[in-house]
Design a protein around this ligand. Structure first.
Ligand code: 6SG
Length: 208
């Protein structure tokens, strides 16, 4: 039996990083896909603590909030730094990835037609800090010398950005190398090449 269960819409959305993390750790994931029609009826929403998906179950533990899920898996599978200071730095990195993801989601869902070009234009400014951090840290990870949940989260978001603008990493060698190296991790590579994963749209409104 898969130890982990994810209930979510049939999109990569907020769960791409979680799936990559579990794949990389060789963990099974049972997926309960919720259609927008089922969601629209309201009873699933009413059952969710904050009225939203994703929902993640690890045995009796039920979690909402995608970043809490990443942290939980980070703690369990050794992707949350080697000590408290590294853990705090990883939190800081992940919060910045979340800030950028929220800007992306706002553009996708609220202003795709009017805001896409401006978003792409400003993307270099948004990516620069991550480039600087990765260029400084010779390990190739955001913090310390081992992969953390924040790395998976950044990687997932950068894949979305490459779909949005195929050239967006061209002037960022450290980010480009980070993406290439993460994508080449054997189990991540297998997930990225898996049909079920590939055919899932990135976002719920079909924009990307
Ligand atoms: C949306 O926002 O797919 N959850 C979403 N939407 C449904 O009624 N902070 C937490 C976290 O990190 C954010 C959760 C997130 O976990 S995910 C949710 O539950 C709601 O609020 C992105 C996604 N959106 C597509 C979607 C499906 C149903 C409502 C939104 C399709 C698009 C609009 C209507 C149908 Fe739609």
């Amino acid at each position: 039996m898969a130890p982990y269960t994810l209930t979510y819409f049939a999109v990569k959305g907020r769960c791409g990083a979680l799936k990559m993390m579990l794949a990389d750790y060789g963990q099974q994931l049972k997926e309960n896909l919720v259609t927008f029609e089922q969601w629209g009826k309201g009873d699933i929403k009413a059952s969710c603590v904050f009225g939203q998906l994703p929902k993640f179950e690890d045995g009796d533990l039920v979690l909402y909030q995608s970043n809490a899920m990443l942290r939980h898996l980070g703690r369990k599978h050794g992707a949350y730094g080697k000590n408290d200071c590294e853990a705090s730095l990883i939190d800081m990195m992940n919060d910045s990835v979340e800030d950028l993801r929220l800007k992306y989601i706002k553009m996708i869902y609220q202003e795709y037609e009017t805001g896409k070009e401006a978003f792409i234009k400003d993307l270099a400014n948004q990516l620069k800090p991550f480039e600087t951090i990765l260029a400084k840290n010779k390990s190739g990870f955001l913090v310390g010398d081992q992969i953390s949940f924040a790395d998976y989260n950044l990687f997932d978001l950068l894949l979305n950005f490459k779909v949005l603008s195929s050239t967006c990493l061209d002037s960022f060698p450290a980010l480009k190398s980070f993406v290439d190296k993460t994508a080449a991790r054997p189990k991540i590579k297998a997930l990225l090449e898996c049909d079920d994963f590939k055919k899932m749209p990135i976002n719920g409104n079909g924009k990307q």
